[in-house]
Design a protein around this ligand. Structure first.
Ligand code: IVH
Length: 672
């Protein structure tokens, strides 16, 4: 049966809307990309042949259209206001006091939402069809970005459901989720294109493209947070209004919550603040809105902000300051890192006076010079970074800017420096004769997750190295109270305690010792994997590169680092000296551990949904199981997620039990 062009257009439109919703919003494609593309091409063809059938809400509009010469301006029928800010608990309490006094209500209900850090837009639906979209602009007049907004995949072009107002203006924020932003920047950088400084700038830049085909390629996402002019009925509370929008297909925040009173608002703030780094998008605070629309109307507005809402801001994660100078630090592996000395600034909740500049490529990419004003970012526990140079017209004249010159010799020991092909990092070749490297190696050796030597702080390590009392980590075990008590600020008691702590650290575990050795790119997880794969230090040291690569998490580069480390005669001497000094650990035995799974050996492979493989292994070990990285006849059970390949096959061949993640989670639950 052949369909009429009208019917075919309608059928393709419905199909493409369904497919793109599944693909973009539910991350669950219904058909292969090629089918989607074919349907889209067929619809484009039909629309070209029958221009009268082309609707502004057609899915073909999502791919963008020919460039505009400029944006038209749009006057908002109702101004788009801004919000007052609260920077502290007290500011928020003051807001609540003002609200409850004006309303003469003690228990005010507030709707709480994350404050998305993106670009504000207004989207108008007339009789359920998207007809206009505009940026906020100065609040009264914005730019017509309809063609661009039509390309945003989660913005419905047509609303669905009952009682849709004849005119509905939806307001919200357009953002680029952080994951998509990272991917987009990685791609741009691989192609040698300009990278964006942050997701907000990228969202703003994408929305202000005159060529909507470019916007269509950007991973923009919209979240509605309020309505503007509405001709039709809406619920009498803010939260119910947003839920109603959601029923018509308009995306709203998943994190919205309605609470009563200021204490509950503060608790919501704290809980979202704690999740901030893990959220899929950038936020810069929390917006609290009086939930009842009648109460909102009673409160009204002052100047350009409503009295019924406030934004409790998080500490800024990006601020600008002056780059005063650059120091070069030598790390454990000899890597020379440029560290920016900054005019101290408050960022991400702490005062920052140093930030990493990573390496010389990064300095070049940023185009940064000493004397520049730079943007510093500190998010969560991440080391402060310099993200860009402030491009200010009244910036410094070039003569006042000092170029950053990488040292030609190690700034600590004067040895040569070397940059391997393909590596961005410059290294000091001095090894342990470089006091900076030796100090860093000892700091790592003594650290909590390594040998855990309490009381061996940085100052003490500096003195021990500077006074040539130790030249390898093994020398720590020859120190005595008399020597240590001769050092600055070391009394008799603290010296005795230190020697005691060093002595106690000798009883360790194999994973800790491997980690403590400080092999390049061998972190805690790799050290554990090596220990459980090889069971003894001798086996690790004897393993050729190919065998090392059999270990989970060990790729060719890490394997090469391990091999180079164990083949170095100086390292062999240090290891021998550690053993002579009495460093010891319990044998890594197969039937280790108590617990319900004691005596069993598990291999975890494939991708798990609820946690990483390391975490799954940790849970198994906590239940007494031993975990191994390769399947052998001794393996009891294989926990296999999707994508499990050769290990699964081997287990099948050996007739070993294989269970999937949900079976495993049930088992773990039962054993708890
Ligand atoms: S409500 C009249 N809710 O913050 C109140 N705004 O500083 C209108 N924003 O321009 C704003 N997330 O772009 C509201 N959940 C949220 C928001 C939010 C982000 C932005 C919005 C506005 C700015 C005000």
């Amino acid at each position: 049966m052949t369909l009429s062009p009208e019917d075919e257009v309608a059928a393709l439109t419905a199909q493409l809307s369904r497919w793109s919703k599944a693909y973009f919003e539910e991350d669950a494609p219904l058909v292969p990309d090629a089918d989607y593309d074919a349907a889209m091409r067929r619809l484009q063809e039909l629309e070209a042949e029958h221009p009268t059938l082309k609707r502004s809400t057609s899915p073909t509009q999502r791919v963008g259209s020919a460039p505009l010469s400029s944006f038209e301006s749009v006057t908002h029928r109702r101004p788009m206001l801004s919000l007052d800010n609260a920077f502290s608990r007290e500011d928020l309490s003051d807001f609540h006091r003002r609200v409850s006094e004006r309303l003469k209500v003690h228990d005010v209900a507030y709707c709480c939402e994350p404050k998305l850090d993106g670009v504000a837009v207004s989207i108008v639906y007339a009789n359920g069809e998207l007809v206009l979209a505009a940026t906020r602009g100065d609040g009264s007049t914005g730019e017509n970005v309809t063609a661009n907004i039509r390309t945003v995949q989660n913005v419905p072009l047509t609303l669905e459901g009952e009682d849709i107002p004849s005119y509905l203006e939806v307001r919200g924020e357009v953002v680029i989720p952080t994951d998509a932003f990272d991917k987009m920047n990685a791609r741009a950088s691989a192609l040698g294109e300009k990278v964006f400084v942050n997701p907000r700038n990228a969202a703003a830049g994408s929305l202000r493209q005159l060529d909507s085909r470019i916007t269509a390629k950007r991973p923009l996402s919209f979240t509605a947070y309020s309505v503007g002019v509405v001709e039709g009925d809406l619920p009498d509370c803010h939260d119910a209004t947003l839920r109603q929008l959601s029923q018509w297909g308009i995306p709203v925040s998943d994190y919205m919550e309605t609470v009563t009173g200021v204490e509950a608002c503060e608790a919501y703030y704290e809980s979202i603040a704690a999740q901030r780094e893990a959220l899929p998008f950038d936020i810069d605070g929390i917006v609290f809105k009086v939930n009842s629309i009648a109460q909102q109307e009673r409160l009204g507005f002052v100047s350009r902000a409503p009295r019924w809402a406030i934004a409790r801001k998080f500490p800024a994660q990006e601020v600008s300051t002056c780059l005063l100078g650059v120091d070069f630090q030598v790390g454990r592996t000899g890597a020379i890192t440029p560290v920016a000395r900054l005019d101290p600034v408050f960022v991400g909740g702490v005062t920052v006076s140093n930030a990493t500049l990573h390496n010389s490529d990064e300095i070049e990419r940023l185009g940064v010079c000493i004397g520049d004003r730079v943007v510093v970012r500190r998010a969560g526990d991440v080391i402060p970074q310099i993200v860009s140079v402030v491009q200010d017209e009244d910036g410094l004249p070039d003569a006042a800017r000092t170029k950053i010159v990488f040292p030609k010799a190690c700034p600590e020991c004067g040895s040569d420096v070397d940059r391997q092909d393909g590596e961005a990092v410059v290294r000091c070749v001095g090894g342990m004769s470089c006091s900076a490297q030796l100090k860093a190696v000892i700091r790592h050796f003594a650290s909590r997750k390594a040998m855990d030597i309490e009381g061996l702080g940085d100052k003490l390590i500096d003195q021990l190295v500077d006074e040539a009392l130790i030249s390898t980590v093994a020398d720590l075990f020859s120190l005595d109270v008399a020597t240590v008590s001769g050092l600055d600020r070391m009394g008799m008691k603290s010296s005795e305690n230190l020697i005691e702590a060093i002595d106690q650290s000798k009883a360790t575990t194999l994973p800790r010792l491997i980690y403590a050795l400080g092999i390049r790119e061998v972190g805690e997880a790799t050290a554990r994997a090596l220990a459980s794969h090889f069971l003894t230090l001798e086996e690790v040291m004897a393993a050729p590169v190919e065998t090392l690569e059999d270990v989970d998490d060990v790729g060719p580069i890490v394997a090469k680092h391990i091999r180079a480390f164990v083949l170095d005669s100086r390292n062999q001497e240090v290891i021998a000296a550690l053993l002579t000094a009495g460093v010891n650990w319990p044998a890594v035995s197969i039937a280790s551990g108590d617990g319900p799974l004691a005596g069993t050996i598990w291999v975890v492979t494939g991708k798990l949904e609820s946690m990483g493989r390391d975490d799954a292994e940790q849970r198994l070990r906590a239940l007494g199981a031993k975990t191994a990285s390769s399947v052998s006849a001794k393996t009891t059970t294989v926990l296999a997620g999707p994508g499990a390949g050769s290990k699964r096959k081997k287990a099948e061949a050996l007739g070993i039990e294989i269970i999937d993640e949900s079976e495993w989670l049930t088992l773990v639950e039962e054993l708890k």
